[in-house]
Write a protein that binds this ligand. Structure first.
Ligand SMILES: Cc1cc2nc3c(=O)[nH]c(=O)nc-3n(C[C@H](O)[C@H](O)[C@H](O)COP(=O)(O)O)c2cc1C
Length: 89
């Protein structure tokens, strides 16, 4: 797991971490690695016990826990909803 953490307070910390996470996931894919954002573990990682386990310094907030590994198989693409796009002007 790669944990991307924010240093709070910071106006765009969450967005920056999400961008970094996506870059990491895309770069991983280009190297044959699969990944998944595991939001469920964020609550634990953000707890005093989780922070202690990780050795996170004060002021660091876990933002994007990304598990990375070599996929055992290639998932079949799932059907996608059409995007809703509103053109203005
Ligand atoms: C903020 C966030 C948290 C997520 N947390 C989990 C998680 O805890 N467990 C999990 O299996 N997938 C998690 N995912 C992955 C999503 O379930 C889903 O696989 C991913 O967003 C891709 O969706 P899509 O295949 O429909 O495009 C998370 C995704 C995001 C953006």
């Amino acid at each position: 797991m790669v944990l991307i953490s924010a240093v709070e307070p910071s106006t765009w910390a969450g967005e920056d971490c999400a961008l970094a996470a996506q870059n990491l996931m895309l770069a991983g894919w280009s190297l044959g690695l699969g990944s998944c954002w595991i939001g469920n573990v964020q609550f634990y990682l953000n707890s005093p016990e989780g922070k202690r386990l990780l050795g996170l310094p004060d002021g660091c907030v876990p933002a994007a826990p990304i598990i990375v590994g070599y996929p055992a198989s290639q998932p079949v693409p799932v059907p996608r909803n059409e995007p809703v796009v509103s053109w203005i002007g």
